[in-house]
Design a protein around this ligand. Structure first.
Ligand SMILES: [Zn+2]
Length: 394
Protein backbone atom coordinates (compact mmCIF):
# COMPACT_ATOMS: atom_id res chain seq x y z
CA UNK A 1 0.00 0.00 0.00
CA UNK A 2 1.20 3.49 -0.85
CA UNK A 3 0.39 6.31 1.53
CA UNK A 4 1.42 9.94 1.68
CA UNK A 5 3.58 10.77 4.70
CA UNK A 6 3.39 14.39 5.84
CA UNK A 7 6.86 14.37 7.41
CA UNK A 8 8.54 12.90 4.34
CA UNK A 9 6.41 15.08 2.06
CA UNK A 10 5.92 12.20 -0.35
CA UNK A 11 3.87 9.12 -1.07
CA UNK A 12 5.75 6.13 0.26
CA UNK A 13 5.11 2.42 0.85
CA UNK A 14 3.21 1.86 4.08
CA UNK A 15 4.46 -1.53 5.22
CA UNK A 16 3.57 -2.13 8.85
CA UNK A 17 3.92 -5.47 10.58
CA UNK A 18 1.04 -7.82 11.22
CA UNK A 19 -0.12 -5.61 14.08
CA UNK A 20 -0.55 -1.93 13.23
CA UNK A 21 -0.74 0.76 15.89
CA UNK A 22 -2.79 3.79 14.91
CA UNK A 23 -3.40 6.89 17.00
CA UNK A 24 -5.90 9.45 15.78
CA UNK A 25 -6.43 12.66 17.71
CA UNK A 26 -10.03 12.66 18.87
CA UNK A 27 -12.60 15.28 19.63
CA UNK A 28 -12.69 17.98 22.24
CA UNK A 29 -16.21 17.26 23.47
CA UNK A 30 -17.69 20.74 23.67
CA UNK A 31 -19.79 20.74 20.51
CA UNK A 32 -21.40 18.19 18.21
CA UNK A 33 -19.70 16.17 15.50
CA UNK A 34 -19.60 18.07 12.24
CA UNK A 35 -18.72 16.93 8.75
CA UNK A 36 -15.08 17.94 9.20
CA UNK A 37 -14.77 15.43 12.05
CA UNK A 38 -16.68 12.80 10.08
CA UNK A 39 -14.39 13.35 7.09
CA UNK A 40 -11.32 12.74 9.26
CA UNK A 41 -12.58 9.75 11.22
CA UNK A 42 -14.10 8.05 8.17
CA UNK A 43 -10.77 8.38 6.36
CA UNK A 44 -8.98 6.35 9.05
CA UNK A 45 -11.94 3.99 9.20
CA UNK A 46 -11.58 3.26 5.49
CA UNK A 47 -7.82 2.78 5.86
CA UNK A 48 -8.33 0.37 8.77
CA UNK A 49 -10.98 -1.62 6.89
CA UNK A 50 -8.52 -2.15 4.04
CA UNK A 51 -5.65 -3.01 6.43
CA UNK A 52 -7.85 -5.58 8.16
CA UNK A 53 -8.81 -7.05 4.82
CA UNK A 54 -5.07 -7.44 4.21
CA UNK A 55 -4.91 -9.48 7.45
CA UNK A 56 -3.42 -6.82 9.68
CA UNK A 57 -4.59 -6.48 13.26
CA UNK A 58 -5.14 -2.80 13.89
CA UNK A 59 -4.96 -1.22 17.32
CA UNK A 60 -6.79 2.09 17.00
CA UNK A 61 -6.60 4.59 19.82
CA UNK A 62 -8.68 7.74 19.52
CA UNK A 63 -8.64 10.02 22.55
CA UNK A 64 -11.15 12.39 24.06
CA UNK A 65 -9.59 15.79 24.86
CA UNK A 66 -11.71 16.59 27.90
CA UNK A 67 -9.17 18.87 29.60
CA UNK A 68 -8.40 21.78 27.30
CA UNK A 69 -8.81 25.57 27.01
CA UNK A 70 -11.73 25.27 24.62
CA UNK A 71 -13.90 22.86 26.63
CA UNK A 72 -13.19 24.65 29.92
CA UNK A 73 -14.08 27.98 28.28
CA UNK A 74 -17.31 26.59 26.81
CA UNK A 75 -18.32 25.02 30.15
CA UNK A 76 -17.76 28.39 31.83
CA UNK A 77 -19.84 30.13 29.14
CA UNK A 78 -22.70 27.63 29.60
CA UNK A 79 -22.38 27.63 33.39
CA UNK A 80 -22.04 23.83 33.54
CA UNK A 81 -19.39 21.50 34.89
CA UNK A 82 -16.89 20.57 32.17
CA UNK A 83 -17.40 16.86 32.89
CA UNK A 84 -21.13 17.23 32.32
CA UNK A 85 -20.52 18.98 28.99
CA UNK A 86 -17.90 16.39 28.01
CA UNK A 87 -20.17 13.46 28.87
CA UNK A 88 -23.09 14.85 26.85
CA UNK A 89 -21.02 15.67 23.77
CA UNK A 90 -19.05 12.41 23.94
CA UNK A 91 -22.34 10.47 23.98
CA UNK A 92 -23.52 12.39 20.89
CA UNK A 93 -20.20 11.72 19.19
CA UNK A 94 -20.53 7.99 19.87
CA UNK A 95 -24.04 8.07 18.41
CA UNK A 96 -22.81 9.81 15.27
CA UNK A 97 -19.87 7.44 14.83
CA UNK A 98 -22.18 4.42 15.26
CA UNK A 99 -24.62 5.86 12.71
CA UNK A 100 -21.73 6.27 10.28
CA UNK A 101 -20.76 2.63 10.89
CA UNK A 102 -17.18 3.30 12.00
CA UNK A 103 -15.17 0.36 13.31
CA UNK A 104 -14.89 0.25 17.09
CA UNK A 105 -11.76 1.73 18.64
CA UNK A 106 -9.38 -0.41 20.68
CA UNK A 107 -9.20 2.28 23.35
CA UNK A 108 -10.63 5.73 23.90
CA UNK A 109 -8.56 7.40 26.62
CA UNK A 110 -9.92 10.50 28.33
CA UNK A 111 -7.27 13.13 29.02
CA UNK A 112 -8.47 13.67 32.60
CA UNK A 113 -7.70 10.03 33.43
CA UNK A 114 -4.08 10.26 32.24
CA UNK A 115 -2.81 13.23 34.22
CA UNK A 116 -0.41 11.07 36.31
CA UNK A 117 1.23 9.77 33.11
CA UNK A 118 1.44 13.34 31.78
CA UNK A 119 3.17 14.50 34.95
CA UNK A 120 5.58 11.55 34.71
CA UNK A 121 6.41 12.47 31.12
CA UNK A 122 7.02 16.13 31.99
CA UNK A 123 9.23 14.98 34.87
CA UNK A 124 11.34 12.94 32.43
CA UNK A 125 11.62 15.96 30.12
CA UNK A 126 12.62 18.14 33.05
CA UNK A 127 15.30 15.62 34.07
CA UNK A 128 16.69 15.69 30.55
CA UNK A 129 16.89 19.48 30.49
CA UNK A 130 14.11 20.18 27.97
CA UNK A 131 11.90 22.34 30.19
CA UNK A 132 11.84 25.51 32.28
CA UNK A 133 9.27 26.71 34.78
CA UNK A 134 8.08 30.29 35.25
CA UNK A 135 5.38 31.23 37.77
CA UNK A 136 4.05 27.67 38.04
CA UNK A 137 3.93 27.17 34.26
CA UNK A 138 6.31 24.67 32.71
CA UNK A 139 7.34 25.08 29.08
CA UNK A 140 9.12 22.90 26.56
CA UNK A 141 12.27 24.64 25.33
CA UNK A 142 12.29 24.04 21.56
CA UNK A 143 15.95 25.03 21.25
CA UNK A 144 16.80 21.78 23.07
CA UNK A 145 15.29 19.69 20.27
CA UNK A 146 17.24 19.92 17.01
CA UNK A 147 14.62 18.74 14.55
CA UNK A 148 11.68 20.80 15.80
CA UNK A 149 9.58 21.56 12.72
CA UNK A 150 10.31 18.32 10.87
CA UNK A 151 6.72 17.05 10.76
CA UNK A 152 5.21 20.04 9.00
CA UNK A 153 8.31 21.47 7.33
CA UNK A 154 7.02 25.02 7.91
CA UNK A 155 9.42 27.94 8.23
CA UNK A 156 9.72 29.65 11.59
CA UNK A 157 7.50 32.65 10.73
CA UNK A 158 4.71 30.33 9.59
CA UNK A 159 5.04 28.25 12.74
CA UNK A 160 4.73 31.35 14.94
CA UNK A 161 1.66 32.46 12.98
CA UNK A 162 0.02 29.01 13.18
CA UNK A 163 0.78 28.69 16.89
CA UNK A 164 -1.04 31.96 17.55
CA UNK A 165 -4.02 30.82 15.47
CA UNK A 166 -4.27 27.39 17.03
CA UNK A 167 -4.20 27.71 20.78
CA UNK A 168 -0.55 28.62 21.37
CA UNK A 169 0.65 31.89 22.89
CA UNK A 170 3.83 32.83 21.06
CA UNK A 171 3.79 36.30 22.68
CA UNK A 172 3.58 34.95 26.25
CA UNK A 173 6.31 36.96 28.05
CA UNK A 174 7.14 33.94 30.22
CA UNK A 175 8.37 32.01 27.15
CA UNK A 176 12.02 32.13 26.11
CA UNK A 177 11.13 31.43 22.49
CA UNK A 178 7.83 32.15 20.70
CA UNK A 179 7.64 28.50 19.66
CA UNK A 180 8.06 27.10 23.18
CA UNK A 181 4.85 25.52 24.38
CA UNK A 182 3.19 24.83 27.68
CA UNK A 183 3.47 21.41 29.33
CA UNK A 184 1.90 22.33 32.66
CA UNK A 185 0.02 25.43 33.77
CA UNK A 186 -1.74 26.75 36.85
CA UNK A 187 -5.53 26.35 36.63
CA UNK A 188 -7.93 29.28 36.89
CA UNK A 189 -10.12 29.20 40.03
CA UNK A 190 -13.05 27.49 38.27
CA UNK A 191 -10.89 25.02 36.32
CA UNK A 192 -9.94 21.49 37.41
CA UNK A 193 -6.52 21.23 39.07
CA UNK A 194 -4.22 18.35 39.90
CA UNK A 195 -1.23 18.40 42.27
CA UNK A 196 2.16 18.36 40.55
CA UNK A 197 5.84 19.04 41.28
CA UNK A 198 5.30 22.48 39.68
CA UNK A 199 2.28 23.34 41.78
CA UNK A 200 -1.41 22.60 41.31
CA UNK A 201 -2.60 22.97 37.74
CA UNK A 202 -3.48 21.18 34.55
CA UNK A 203 -1.61 19.77 31.55
CA UNK A 204 -1.05 21.54 28.25
CA UNK A 205 -2.92 20.13 25.24
CA UNK A 206 0.04 18.54 23.42
CA UNK A 207 1.42 16.53 26.34
CA UNK A 208 -1.97 14.87 26.72
CA UNK A 209 -1.73 13.07 23.37
CA UNK A 210 1.92 12.08 23.91
CA UNK A 211 1.09 10.48 27.26
CA UNK A 212 -2.05 8.71 26.03
CA UNK A 213 -0.61 7.48 22.72
CA UNK A 214 2.67 6.17 24.15
CA UNK A 215 0.89 4.82 27.23
CA UNK A 216 -1.42 2.67 25.13
CA UNK A 217 0.59 1.96 21.97
CA UNK A 218 4.24 2.10 23.05
CA UNK A 219 7.02 4.57 22.34
CA UNK A 220 6.90 4.12 18.55
CA UNK A 221 3.55 4.25 16.77
CA UNK A 222 3.04 3.03 13.20
CA UNK A 223 0.66 5.74 12.07
CA UNK A 224 -0.51 8.93 13.71
CA UNK A 225 -3.28 11.01 12.23
CA UNK A 226 -5.73 13.83 12.50
CA UNK A 227 -6.86 16.83 10.52
CA UNK A 228 -4.24 18.86 8.68
CA UNK A 229 -4.83 21.71 11.16
CA UNK A 230 -3.14 19.49 13.77
CA UNK A 231 0.17 19.26 11.89
CA UNK A 232 1.29 22.42 13.62
CA UNK A 233 1.54 23.01 16.49
CA UNK A 234 -0.12 19.89 17.93
CA UNK A 235 1.71 17.07 16.19
CA UNK A 236 4.99 18.94 15.92
CA UNK A 237 4.98 19.49 19.68
CA UNK A 238 3.84 15.94 20.38
CA UNK A 239 6.76 14.58 18.39
CA UNK A 240 9.30 16.92 19.97
CA UNK A 241 8.37 16.13 23.56
CA UNK A 242 7.88 12.39 22.92
CA UNK A 243 11.22 11.91 21.18
CA UNK A 244 12.98 14.18 23.65
CA UNK A 245 11.68 11.95 26.44
CA UNK A 246 12.29 8.54 24.86
CA UNK A 247 15.22 9.18 22.53
CA UNK A 248 13.52 7.13 19.83
CA UNK A 249 11.22 7.59 16.82
CA UNK A 250 7.73 8.55 17.99
CA UNK A 251 5.78 7.97 14.76
CA UNK A 252 6.74 6.02 11.65
CA UNK A 253 4.11 7.53 9.39
CA UNK A 254 2.20 10.83 9.71
CA UNK A 255 -1.12 10.97 7.87
CA UNK A 256 -3.32 14.06 7.76
CA UNK A 257 -6.76 14.81 6.34
CA UNK A 258 -7.83 17.95 4.52
CA UNK A 259 -10.31 20.48 5.83
CA UNK A 260 -13.95 20.71 4.86
CA UNK A 261 -15.37 24.13 4.02
CA UNK A 262 -18.97 25.31 4.04
CA UNK A 263 -20.36 28.65 2.89
CA UNK A 264 -17.02 29.39 1.27
CA UNK A 265 -14.78 28.93 4.28
CA UNK A 266 -13.33 26.18 6.50
CA UNK A 267 -15.92 24.70 8.86
CA UNK A 268 -15.09 25.88 12.33
CA UNK A 269 -16.76 26.30 15.65
CA UNK A 270 -15.65 29.90 15.91
CA UNK A 271 -17.30 30.82 12.59
CA UNK A 272 -20.39 28.72 13.25
CA UNK A 273 -20.55 27.39 9.66
CA UNK A 274 -20.96 23.80 10.76
CA UNK A 275 -22.91 20.98 9.19
CA UNK A 276 -23.66 18.51 11.98
CA UNK A 277 -23.74 14.79 11.31
CA UNK A 278 -26.77 14.44 13.61
CA UNK A 279 -28.72 17.07 11.62
CA UNK A 280 -27.76 15.53 8.29
CA UNK A 281 -28.77 12.09 9.57
CA UNK A 282 -32.31 13.39 10.07
CA UNK A 283 -32.73 14.08 6.36
CA UNK A 284 -30.54 11.35 4.91
CA UNK A 285 -29.41 7.78 5.38
CA UNK A 286 -26.00 7.92 7.15
CA UNK A 287 -24.68 5.60 4.42
CA UNK A 288 -25.29 8.45 1.98
CA UNK A 289 -23.13 10.70 4.19
CA UNK A 290 -20.29 8.18 3.89
CA UNK A 291 -20.78 7.99 0.16
CA UNK A 292 -20.78 11.79 -0.13
CA UNK A 293 -17.53 12.09 1.82
CA UNK A 294 -15.91 9.37 -0.26
CA UNK A 295 -16.21 11.61 -3.30
CA UNK A 296 -13.24 13.63 -1.99
CA UNK A 297 -9.64 12.54 -1.62
CA UNK A 298 -8.61 12.62 2.03
CA UNK A 299 -5.69 14.95 1.45
CA UNK A 300 -7.69 17.61 -0.32
CA UNK A 301 -9.48 20.54 1.23
CA UNK A 302 -12.98 20.67 -0.21
CA UNK A 303 -16.29 22.42 0.18
CA UNK A 304 -19.60 20.85 1.19
CA UNK A 305 -22.68 21.94 -0.72
CA UNK A 306 -26.23 21.25 0.46
CA UNK A 307 -27.04 19.38 -2.76
CA UNK A 308 -24.23 16.87 -2.13
CA UNK A 309 -26.39 14.76 0.15
CA UNK A 310 -29.20 14.34 -2.41
CA UNK A 311 -26.69 13.21 -5.03
CA UNK A 312 -25.15 10.71 -2.63
CA UNK A 313 -28.61 9.46 -1.63
CA UNK A 314 -29.37 8.77 -5.31
CA UNK A 315 -26.07 6.88 -5.61
CA UNK A 316 -26.97 4.86 -2.51
CA UNK A 317 -30.28 3.91 -4.17
CA UNK A 318 -28.30 2.65 -7.17
CA UNK A 319 -26.10 0.52 -4.90
CA UNK A 320 -29.10 -0.89 -3.03
CA UNK A 321 -30.97 -1.74 -6.24
CA UNK A 322 -27.91 -3.44 -7.71
CA UNK A 323 -27.30 -5.41 -4.50
CA UNK A 324 -30.82 -6.84 -4.87
CA UNK A 325 -30.28 -7.93 -8.48
CA UNK A 326 -29.74 -11.60 -9.29
CA UNK A 327 -26.78 -11.28 -11.65
CA UNK A 328 -24.48 -8.87 -13.43
CA UNK A 329 -21.22 -8.67 -15.35
CA UNK A 330 -17.98 -10.28 -14.21
CA UNK A 331 -17.25 -8.27 -11.03
CA UNK A 332 -13.55 -9.21 -10.75
CA UNK A 333 -12.10 -6.28 -12.74
CA UNK A 334 -14.13 -3.79 -10.66
CA UNK A 335 -12.98 -5.45 -7.43
CA UNK A 336 -9.32 -5.37 -8.35
CA UNK A 337 -9.50 -1.75 -9.52
CA UNK A 338 -11.31 -0.70 -6.36
CA UNK A 339 -8.73 -2.34 -4.09
CA UNK A 340 -5.90 -0.91 -6.20
CA UNK A 341 -7.43 2.56 -5.74
CA UNK A 342 -7.50 2.15 -1.95
CA UNK A 343 -3.90 0.94 -1.98
CA UNK A 344 -2.89 4.00 -3.99
CA UNK A 345 -2.83 6.60 -1.22
CA UNK A 346 -6.36 5.71 -0.17
CA UNK A 347 -7.97 7.06 -3.34
CA UNK A 348 -11.57 6.94 -2.13
CA UNK A 349 -13.05 8.88 -5.08
CA UNK A 350 -11.62 6.31 -7.51
CA UNK A 351 -12.81 3.43 -5.33
CA UNK A 352 -16.25 5.04 -5.20
CA UNK A 353 -16.37 5.29 -9.00
CA UNK A 354 -15.58 1.57 -9.28
CA UNK A 355 -18.28 0.73 -6.74
CA UNK A 356 -20.88 2.81 -8.59
CA UNK A 357 -19.55 1.52 -11.89
CA UNK A 358 -20.17 -2.06 -10.85
CA UNK A 359 -23.64 -1.21 -9.52
CA UNK A 360 -24.62 0.53 -12.75
CA UNK A 361 -23.26 -2.36 -14.80
CA UNK A 362 -25.25 -4.86 -12.71
CA UNK A 363 -28.43 -2.88 -13.35
CA UNK A 364 -27.55 -3.00 -17.05
CA UNK A 365 -27.62 -6.82 -17.09
CA UNK A 366 -25.15 -9.69 -17.29
CA UNK A 367 -25.22 -13.34 -16.37
CA UNK A 368 -22.66 -13.66 -13.59
CA UNK A 369 -24.67 -14.57 -10.46
CA UNK A 370 -21.80 -13.57 -8.11
CA UNK A 371 -21.85 -9.89 -9.12
CA UNK A 372 -24.38 -8.63 -6.51
CA UNK A 373 -22.57 -10.44 -3.67
CA UNK A 374 -19.24 -8.98 -4.76
CA UNK A 375 -20.85 -5.54 -4.86
CA UNK A 376 -22.01 -6.01 -1.26
CA UNK A 377 -18.55 -7.19 -0.23
CA UNK A 378 -16.86 -4.17 -1.84
CA UNK A 379 -19.42 -1.83 -0.36
CA UNK A 380 -18.80 -3.36 3.09
CA UNK A 381 -15.10 -2.72 2.57
CA UNK A 382 -16.02 0.95 2.12
CA UNK A 383 -18.09 0.85 5.31
CA UNK A 384 -21.41 1.01 3.48
CA UNK A 385 -23.43 -2.09 4.27
CA UNK A 386 -26.04 -2.92 1.68
CA UNK A 387 -28.68 -5.08 3.30
CA UNK A 388 -28.41 -8.67 2.25
CA UNK A 389 -31.73 -9.82 0.84
CA UNK A 390 -33.51 -12.23 3.17
CA UNK A 391 -32.71 -15.86 2.44
CA UNK A 392 -35.48 -17.54 0.44
CA UNK A 393 -37.74 -19.74 2.55
CA UNK A 394 -37.17 -23.35 1.46
ZN1 LIG B 1 -3.82 14.92 19.79
Amino acid sequence: MLLYDTARNSTVPFEPGEEVSVYVCGITPYDSTHLGHANTYLTYDLLIRRLEELDHRVKLVRNITDVDDSILGKARELGVDFLELAAAETARFHGDMAALNTRPVTAEPHAREWVTEMIDLITVLEGRGHTYTVEGATFFDVTTFDTFGAVGGYDEATMVELAAERGGRPDDPRQRNPLDFVLWQPSLPDEPAWPSPWGPGRPGWHIECSAMSMGLLGTTIDLHGGGSDLIFPHHECERAQSEAATGTTFVRHWMHCGMVAYDGTKMSKSLGNLVFVSELSKIADPRAIRLALMAHHYRQDWEWFDDDIAEAAADLETLLAAADATSGPDPAPYASRLRAALDDDLDAPRARRELLGLATAILGGGDDPTAPAVLRELSDLCGIELETPAAPVP
